[in-house]
Design a binder for this molecule. Structure first.
Ligand SMILES: Nc1nc2c(c(=O)[nH]1)N[C@H]1C(S)=C(S)[C@@H](COP(=O)(O)OP(=O)(O)OC[C@H]3O[C@@H](n4cnc5c(=O)[nH]c(N)nc54)[C@H](O)[C@@H]3O)O[C@H]1N2
Ligand SMILES: Nc1nc2c(c(=O)[nH]1)N[C@H]1C(S)=C(S)[C@@H](COP(=O)(O)OP(=O)(O)OC[C@H]3O[C@@H](n4cnc5c(=O)[nH]c(N)nc54)[C@H](O)[C@@H]3O)O[C@H]1N2
Ligand SMILES: [Mo]
Length: 771
């Protein structure tokens, strides 16, 4: 057996989850603090777990999961990255370290400025740092030369003020992590049902008769969702998984909170049926289900039996059903089976479960949103749900499962490069100022603007754009073209090391920490994937007084830059209640914001589609008549033919998360649920594909992507792991494979990198490591 690969476990959760949690708590060097932290995670008067955006349950002593515990322990460490650290290492030396090493050094505790002459970061006072930013911003020829990036951990208060500052300064350039994440969900849902958010709340999972989970690995990325799925499965709800890989948590899950499942081999079977479509095959799979439903429905009608679709719902609430039916008729079974990789029989089985359930929830995440045709795929899921009226009733609906813990809140607060006219109007009125209306830059356009040197300053409210964005070489070059790179962060990462002229590191507090301002301790608010808004307050004393809250950092930069501002930034900084009062005036749905937060668990923002109100131009839910894509991968037929001539097999690669990481933050080298230990340069491959190319398990290969420009995009020395994965599909971890994703390979209309469908070839490693 290989030293890196073993059989995957036969269940997820359980005891191994508990031991892993303890291991990570001990490693943080703050075990007592972190145990206290965990008891307060996601509880009233506690803090919102920075791990993911899943909603909080009302019952239970513990409201955290293994991976939430890792996120919390990672934040609360006693190790410091301070002036002494930066005096020890030059930027060139730091660049040679791994992402894991960089973050493991500890928390950033002092503001630092890059010195080009010494190639070291050196201390700078907060006041000087703010003035430096202000001077630079005020010297530019256009406000559109600045890119304001956000990562989805920022609170509602910080992100509201951040976008307000950016807009008062004069731009709508708000690239953010959701451009690389759930962008397609927002676009698809806004068009189809008039709101870009999911229509279900957590309680709906208690009432669903079937739950379809598309392209999502909740055992790792939303472990608290496993409680909802486990409870549903035990109550007789039929869970159907569509996933390119057999993810063990979706097969069998043991709750660490159930003593029997914790201490015995027992576990709950999660998926009643599990389908493994080809990468990007979900639209075809759902189209197949709809085709079966429509055919069976026609038969029923012919035989004088009741309809299988909800004709009343369709008549009353929907538009374009006829066009949609036409496009379904025109889609051939050959195309459906070939593209989905699933047979008519398998899709019939899925359809049986769908039709048998009165209430169905469809959930999805990155396996659906990071393809070229993601918007169309999500609209196909909407079509399926509309067909049987599975929106706006208890136990049914659409559930895009968000990533970052407050990414949904960020959008609600206006982090959006394409604000609606109504949004800008209300915000302008609230602050009594003219704000820009024209479209700004998303991540794709921002990176291109740096590459072309038309943008000059990058300010990042969290995140790690250097490693999160695609086409690593290009992205790093884009960052190196900046005249000023400002990173507001908790931990050191590669974005701090891609420097052009000038760079600043501004260390901020995290969720777990006490945030003291002029009027006393403050709390912040967040919105989860179910549109619940609630307060979050940390209780840990920060490592250093020189760490400021994100809100304070944003207000101070704004105050220094906008010299004629009508906003009293210092007053807002001193009392976050006042920021919430401003949000109340500026953003719909936040009336009595401060008072509403007093309710235990917070308040629900509501969802128009869940109330069967359709706020799109047609004022109806839309059946969207998209054709299946001609190809999943984004390359030309000539390129495919050329490879065929050379006898070079073409693969589709997905880049995904291991169990030991949070996005670009690597907690460890294992991926327990897939049987991988101590390696991240792993390439999962179907045994037959590997053998056909003459490879053995554990061989080293180089991966090269196929794209229309002449740039070489290759990553080297990946270890082959024979795995249960459809033919011609591959999987490997992100961010190691980001160099393979071409910047120009993005989703139609979403501009999301096609991180789950990269056209690649593999070859024997040119320079394998000496073992
Ligand atoms: N611990 C932890 N939690 C996290 C994160 C983290 O990194 N670590 N990240 C957070 C963020 S920002 C996000 S967006 C979410 C991400 O949560 P996920 O979307 O679960 O993240 P990925 O690891 O990218 O997993 C994609 C899943 O989709 C499957 N898949 C890939 N392509 C296809 C396809 O074409 N069809 C189908 N049916 N399946 C496919 C993969 O096999 C995999 O199971 O998690 C959030 N929570
Ligand atoms: N190939 C490929 N690329 C992908 C993906 C993929 O599946 N495949 N997934 C995409 C997705 S879904 C996402 S969301 C993006 C993620 O993109 P980002 O959100 O930009 O990246 P993260 O790795 O979450 O950011 C980690 C950094 O955030 C900082 N940080 C952590 N907590 C805080 C905090 O509380 N405040 C502040 N200010 N900073 C903090 C730390 O310095 C840490 O180093 O990556 C995308 N990129
Ligand atoms: Mo995400």
């Amino acid at each position: 057996m290989s030293k890196h690969f073993s059989k995957k476990p036969n269940k997820a959760g359980g005891f191994s989850s508990l031991t892993s949690t303890l291991k990570h708590i001990m490693r943080s060097q703050q075990p007592q603090t972190n145990v206290k932290n965990l008891l307060r995670a996601n509880k009233d008067k506690g803090f919102d777990c920075p791990g993911c955006a899943w909603g909080d349950e009302k019952e239970g002593l513990l409201q955290f999961c293994e991976n939430g515990a890792k996120a919390i322990a990672w934040e609360s460490t006693s190790k410091k990255v301070d002036a002494t650290f930066f005096a020890q290492y030059s930027v060139r030396q730091l660049q040679k370290q791994s992402d894991y090493w960089l973050e493991y050094q500890g928390r950033l505790t002092e503001p630092m400025k890059y010195n080009k002459d010494t190639d070291h970061y050196e201390p700078i006072s907060w006041q000087d740092a703010n003035q430096l930013i202000a001077n630079k911003l005020n010297s530019l020829s256009s406000p559109n030369e600045v890119e304001f990036y956000t990562s989805g951990r920022a609170s509602n208060e910080a992100s509201f003020l951040y976008q307000l500052f950016g807009r008062l300064y004069g731009t709508n350039n708000f690239p953010d992590c959701s451009n690389m994440c759930h962008e397609a969900s927002g676009i698809a849902l806004n068009e189809a049902i008039g709101i870009g958010k999911g229509t279900v709340i957590l309680d709906d999972f208690n009432h669903a008769e079937a739950i379809f989970v598309f392209g999502q690995n909740p055992g790792t990325n939303h472990p608290r969702m496993m409680n909802a799925l486990r409870k549903a499965a035990r109550g007789g709800c039929k869970i159907v998984s569509f996933n390119n890989l057999k993810e063990v948590a979706l097969e069998r899950f043991a709750s660490p909170q159930d003593p029997i499942e914790l201490f015995t081999p027992k576990a709950t079977t999660i998926s009643h049926a599990y389908f493994t479509p080809k990468l990007g095959g979900d639209m075809a799979a759902v189209r197949g289900m709809v085709k079966i439903i429509l055919a069976r429905n026609a038969e029923q009608i012919e035989n004088g039996k009741p309809a299988l679709i909800d004709n009343d719902f369709i008549k009353q609430h929907c538009q374009q059903f006829d066009q949609y039916q036409q496009v379904v008729n025109d889609t051939s079974w050959q195309q459906i089976e070939q593209q989905s990789g699933l047979s008519f029989k398998e899709l019939s089985q899925a359809t049986d479960i769908f039709l048998h359930a009165d209430t169905v929830i469809c959930t999805w995440a990155m396996g659906i949103t990071q393809h070229k045709h993601s918007v169309a795929t999500i609209q196909e899921i909407v079509n399926l749900q509309l067909l049987s009226g599975n929106i706006g009733k208890k136990g049914a609906g659409l559930c895009p499962v968000r990533g970052h813990s407050n990414v949904q809140g960020n959008r609600t607060m206006g982090i959006n490069e394409k604000p609606t006219a109504a949004f800008i109007e209300q915000l302008s009125q609230a602050v009594n100022a003219q704000l820009p209306k024209e479209k700004g830059h998303n991540v794709y356009y921002a990176l291109n603007a740096f590459l072309q040197k038309t943008s000059k300053v990058l300010i990042c409210l969290g995140g790690n754009i250097a490693q999160a964005a695609p086409d690593t070489k290009q992205t790093h070059q884009a960052l190196k073209n900046t005249e000023l790179n400002v990173q507001i962060s908790t931990k050191l990462n590669r974005s701090h090391l891609c420097i052009g002229e000038d760079a600043l590191i501004l260390p901020c507090l995290g969720r777990t920490e006490i945030d003291n301002q002029a009027t006393g301790e403050q709390f912040i608010t967040v919105e989860d994937t179910f549109s619940m808004v609630h307060a979050s307050q940390g209780s840990v004393v920060p490592l250093a007084k020189t760490m400021h809250s994100e809100t304070a950092i944003v207000t101070d930069i704004a105050d220094a830059t906008l010299t004629n501002s009508t906003i009293n930034w210092q007053q807002l900084k001193g009392n976050y209640d006042l920021i919430r009062d401003l949000i109340e005036q500026a953003i719909p749905g936040f009336s009595n914001f401060n008072q509403q937060l007093e309710q235990p668990g917070g308040f629900y923002l509501g969802n128009s589609a869940a109330q069967l109100q359709w706020h799109n131009p047609q004022e109806k839910a839309l059946f969207t008549a998209n054709c299946l894509p001609t190809s999943i991968i984004n390359i030309s037929t000539e390129q495919v033919n050329e490879l065929q001539k050379k006898n070079q097999p073409l693969y589709t690669l997905q880049s995904l998360r291991s169990h030991d990481q949070f996005n670009t933050t690597i907690y460890g080298m294992d991926d327990r649920y897939r049987g991988v230990s101590n390696a991240r340069n792993v390439l999962f491959i179907n045994e037959k594909d590997a053998l056909k190319q003459g490879f053995k398990d554990n061989d080293y290969v180089d991966i090269t992507s196929i794209w229309s420009d002449n740039q070489d995009r290759t990553v080297t020395n990946f270890i082959l792991c024979f795995y249960d994965i459809p033919r011609s599909n591959l999987a490997a971890y992100y961010p190691e494979t980001n160099p393979l994703v071409p910047l120009d390979s993005y989703g139609d209309r979403s501009y999301t990198p096609t991180s789950k469908s990269v056209a690649v070839i593999i070859n024997k490693a040119l320079k394998p490591p000496l073992i």
